[in-house]
Design a protein around this ligand. Structure first.
Ligand SMILES: [Zn+2]
Length: 362
């Protein structure tokens, strides 16, 4: 797929989008798209891997404009009614979702959606229920590793980690390994271990001040606070759970995974006095969720849950592992539509690489 992708992106998708042929594929839905926030105005992209999980404000406007013109953007309420078997959805239905509860959900996405008379489903962790904005631990860890000297060493016998890393790529590999190991701990213990990491890799104790004090960086890297999360709800958006503390759930013990899934629903409902009926699995890739988590989500009383791969019209439908189009900052408008249409997924499945089968099997 990697070799074919440039040809698809540069020639085939634009040609199909221009002639409207991608729209003929739609209908078997709904298609669900997911964002992870918007890059704040004035922010300079510093790390493509991390930053392209967000989109530019102008891309979001174009994408929503395209969906509104040629598809049917449904409300989270309509989606819930469909999940619970109360109603059918109109043809070409698309649901807008956004994970992580970052600040730009309120400063960029909410006004645009409200302006276009649209509504979206926003997934937040417990951090969005605090009075103070904070960083998500996995983003904090990544920034910390990048802030550290070029060559770092880590010795954490309790995590089975004894490694050297030099340069951005090796640091990224080490980061992903740490994410897996640290997901086995609840958040207080995890924070202590992250403190040990910071000490071992020689970052200054106040390294985060630069992010907290700069409004653009704060907007890029900090979560919503409780007041802002309430503002989303008051603006007609829906709030779902993204676990308590955003671990890779499949790495956690059963007790810990259950708490992350069930308790997040309970706490968000308490704080917002509003029903939480949907969950988005943190990270959301095939390695982060298995049949154990799917069963827990159902038992915890959610009506549906979402993964972060596949997606587009015609995606396998399992209401506790709904596939979503993960919208990235490097997608052109035609590529975005090729994903929404389901063409990208089916090409990948048919010719290049089997997609994970969790949703189909669960
Ligand atoms: Zn997330």
């Amino acid at each position: 797929m990697r070799l074919a992708s440039p040809i698809l992106k540069r020639f085939i998708y634009p040609a199909l989008a221009k002639t409207g042929q991608l729209r003929h594929r739609s209908g078997a839905g709904p298609a669900i798209v997911t964002y992870h926030g918007v890059l704040p105005r004035g922010y300079v992209v510093r790390d493509r891997n991390a930053d392209w999980s967000m989109v530019r404000p102008e891309s979001l406007r174009q994408q929503l404009g395209l969906l509104k013109k040629h598809y049917r953007i449904i409300t989270p309420g309509q989606f819930l009614a469909w999940c619970e078997g109360e109603t059918d959805l109109p043809p070409n239905s698309v649901l807008i979702t956004c994970d992580d509860g970052m600040q730009t959900a309120v400063t960029e996405m909410m006004p645009l959606l409200a302006d276009m008379n649209l509504s979206g489903l926003f997934f937040v962790t417990e951090q969005a229920l605090l009075n103070q904005a904070s960083m998500l631990w996995h983003e904090e860890l990544y920034l910390m590793l990048l802030t550290a000297p070029e060559r770092i060493s880590l010795h954490l016998p309790s995590l089975g980690i004894d490694e050297y890393a030099s340069g951005r790529m090796e640091k990224r590999d080490l980061w992903w390994k740490l994410i897996h190991e640290l997901s086995k701990f609840e958040s207080v213990q995890r924070s202590r271990l992250i403190d040990i990491v910071s000490w071992q890799i020689h970052v200054k104790p106040n390294w985060k001040d630069a992010y907290a004090e700069d409004p653009v960086l704060q907007s890029r890297f900090f979560t919503l606070n409780l007041q802002e999360t309430r503002a989303l709800l008051e603006a007609g958006m829906s709030i779902g759970a993204h676990s308590l503390s955003h671990p890779i759930l499949s790495q956690a013990s059963s007790d810990l995974a259950w708490r992350e899934i069930a308790e997040s629903k309970h706490r968000i409902e308490q704080a917002l006095r509003s029903r939480v009926w949907a969950m988005a699995y943190p990270f959301g890739d095939i390695g982060s969720v298995g049949l154990r988590e799917v069963g827990m989500v159902e038992r915890a009383g959610y009506s549906c849950a979402f993964v972060n791969f596949g997606g587009g019209f015609g995606a396998p439908q399992n209401i506790f592992a709904m596939q979503r189009v993960h919208v990235t900052g490097d997608m052109s408008l035609s590529e975005f539509e090729a994903h929404v249409s389901g063409l990208h997924r089916s090409l990948r499945q048919r010719f290049f690489q089997k997609l994970p089968t969790l949703a189909a099997a669960a």
